[in-house]
Design a protein around this ligand. Structure first.
Ligand code: ATP
Ligand code: MG
Length: 613
């Protein structure tokens, strides 16, 4: 391909919002342009690399027997009402109406669409397992699209969905997908960290995310220094440095020598820091109590104090009863933070958030800052497991300027539920081996997920077994963001001059730069291009009338792995020569003109084979 025949508008400047290197380089190299916030167009060079990612993903999906289909991007709203996500998905779901007033969504993900398609065809166990995928446009009305195509509003996802008659069968497909994902990222030249992830509130039983390390990553990962434990902070657990007491009696027994709980005046003392200073003690001897509002709670709240009158609803006759809104008090050791994702998972809630000041006053009878578990009757108290070891603590006393001293779990209060909801931090101990945990920031490129029966039940999928009995299939889903994967390749492979593509994703493998594109040089460059293309190599020839310096700068910017410089001086040697250079290296190598094409083609093919191994 001649550069003047394609469309590669390279730039020296970048827009102010391009803060990360992949965004800057994709823009400068003429790979993408912005149409609007979160909406990007791929230009020819960008699209070539995008297609290479797409092909790798497709090959690896096909290799594990997943079948590609092409559903639509616009999905009937009806299906989303069946699953219940019409209500719970919130503002990120783009809802549209057609001219007749019928409601649709622009697909942000496709559990509903695939479940509906399979439902209509499924009758017998013989049709299962079934694994289907698409590589298709998604739309999410992200609040804050940023970092270019890393977090756009429109993007392309490979999403696969599998349906099974047993957990073992789901496990097998889940494992196959995990292996395929590892191969995909390796072939793209990416170093990924697979981490344990939150499997959501609704019955998911396993989930793994594929992360790349990134200074601007949206995810915090906890990794063990001594073993291979790796988890998203949303899911991370840690080894306890105390023995938990899981019954109120055990707590009470441990408090045998604790003086009775006593109210103390704490005028104008609200925060834990102020309280520490006032009582001259450390935050780990406080029971911090936070009031949370939870939405769409599926957990059975029958025995939960204060929840008697709450309104329940079902999104479909078969779906579990959910409570649209409920409040909870969460008690945790004062030096720790509550992890809201772990809390939401435990409550089977679609989301949780701190209650408003007015709600806190109404429910605890005290202004913000004085909640505590003792005497709290209007709310279910969920105690983090750390609280079960506390038998002489300080807590709020449900009145302004008042705290309790000598509070003992089990003696002075019995929580409604004990759970692990703490945020694990660097320095905590690995739950597997006790080693030290450390943190990294990461970006999620892919996610595999055992969904269980959430969608198949709500959307009434069924099949008959050998004896004619009806069952609901179990389900998995598996996603990879193609745009984010491509941007991550650039994040991992660049230098101050531009991109350095791995051969597998490079828009072209070889760039031919004639010093001056005419006469003998033109002829030699054209012949090289033709020879390489004949050998299956993707070639870009810079046929512009530009100074060599300009051409070299652009070549470095767009990052084609191999560069061949064709110039008069080398061509008149006997035998004629050209210069070959890898984008990563500083030095040129003089190669005989007649050997340049076959040698380079062989090298590139060997590199591709190595990545694909
Ligand atoms: P995130 O936490 O980053 O918002 P997610 O967990 O919502 O992602 P999934 O629903 O698991 O994403 O989607 C699968 C994949 O789709 C992600 O791993 C990511 O690669 C990609 N993806 C999700 N949202 C976006 C986006 N706004 N822009 C580009 N890619 C995205
Ligand atoms: Mg995810």
């Amino acid at each position: 391909m001649k550069l003047t025949k394609t469309f590669v508008p390279t730039l020296r400047e970048v827009p102010a919002d391009a803060v990360i290197v992949s965004h800057r380089l994709m823009f400068r190299a003429g790979m993408i342009r912005k149409l609007s916030n979160g909406l990007f167009a791929y230009l020819p060079l960008g699209l070539r690399s995008f297609r290479k990612v797409e092909n790798i993903v497709r090959e690896e999906m096909n290799a594990i027997g997943s079948l590609e289909i092409k559903p639509t991007v616009v999905i009937p709203g009806e299906l989303w009402k069946e699953s219940g996500r019409w209500e719970t998905m919130g503002e990120s779901l783009l809802r549209v109406k057609n001219r007749l007033g019928a409601e649709f969504v622009v697909s942000p993900t496709a559990e509903e669409a695939f479940s509906a398609l399979v439902r209509d065809e499924l009758s017998s166990y013989r049709q299962l397992p079934l694994s289907l995928y698409q590589i298709n446009t998604k739309y999410r009305d992200e609040i804050r699209p940023r970092y270019g195509v890393m977090r756009g509003r429109e993007f392309v996802m490979k999403d696969a969905y599998s349906f099974h008659t047993s957990d073992e069968s789901l496990d097998k497909t889940y494992e196959d997908m995990g292996r395929a994902y590892r191969r995909i990222f390796k072939r793209c030249g990416l170093t990924v960290i697979p981490v344990k992830a939150d499997s959501g509130a609704m019955g998911g039983s396993g989930s793994e995310e594929f992360m790349v390390e990134s200074a601007v990553g949206d995810n915090t990962l906890l990794l063990c220094k001594s073993c291979d434990y790796a988890a998203n902070v949303e899911k991370a657990e840690c080894k306890l440095d105390f023995s938990p007491r899981m019954s109120a009696e055990a707590g009470k027994a441990a408090a045998a020598s604790t003086p009775p709980a006593k109210k103390i005046d704490t005028p104008n003392v609200r925060t834990i820091d102020e309280l520490c200073a006032f009582l001259k003690t450390s935050s780990s001897s406080f029971i911090k109590t936070l009031i949370y509002k939870a939405l769409n709670v599926e957990l059975d709240l029958k025995a939960a104090p204060g929840c008697e009158g709450l309104k329940k609803h079902k999104s479909s006759p078969d779906s579990p009863e959910t409570c649209a809104e409920a409040f909870f008090a969460v008690a945790i050791r004062g030096d720790l933070d509550v992890n809201e994702i772990k809390l939401a998972a435990r409550l089977k809630a679609s989301e949780v958030a701190l209650a408003s000041e007015a709600d806190v006053e109404r429910l605890t009878g005290a202004p913000l800052g004085f909640a505590g578990p003792v005497g709290l009757t209007k709310l279910p108290v969920l105690a983090d497991i750390t609280v079960t070891a506390m038998n002489d603590a300080v807590s709020g006393a449900l009145a302004k300027d008042l705290h309790y001293k000598h509070v003992a779990y089990g003696r002075d209060f019995s929580p409604w539920m004990i759970a692990d909801v703490r945020t694990v931090k660097a320095g905590d101990r690995c739950p597997l081996c006790g080693g030290e945990l450390y943190e990294k920031k990461g970006n999620e490129l892919g996610h595999i997920f055992k969904l269980g029966y959430k969608y198949t039940k709500a959307m009434k999928l069924s099949y008959l077994d050998e004896s004619g009995k009806s069952h609901i299939p179990t389900m998995g889903c598996y996603g990879i963001g193609l745009d984010r994967t491509l941007a991550s390749v650039i994040e991992e492979h660049n230098d101050e001059d531009g991109i350095i593509w791995p051969v597998s994703i490079a828009p072209y493998h070889v760039m031919i730069v004639p010093i001056k594109y005419d006469g003998k040089v033109k002829e030699a460059a054209d012949n090289l291009e033709a020879a390489l293309e004949k050998m299956g190599i993707d070639v870009l020839l810079d046929d512009r009338e530009e100074r060599p310096g300009v051409k070299f700068k652009d070549a470095d910017l767009i990052g084609i792995p191999y560069r061949i410089v064709v110039g008069d001086k080398n061509l008149i040697q006997a035998p004629p020569k050209v210069e070959i250079k890898h984008r990563r290296e500083k030095e040129n190598k003089l190669v005989e003109y007649s050997k340049a094409a076959p040698e380079l083609a062989e090298k590139i093919k060997a590199e591709l084979a190595e990545l694909n191994r």
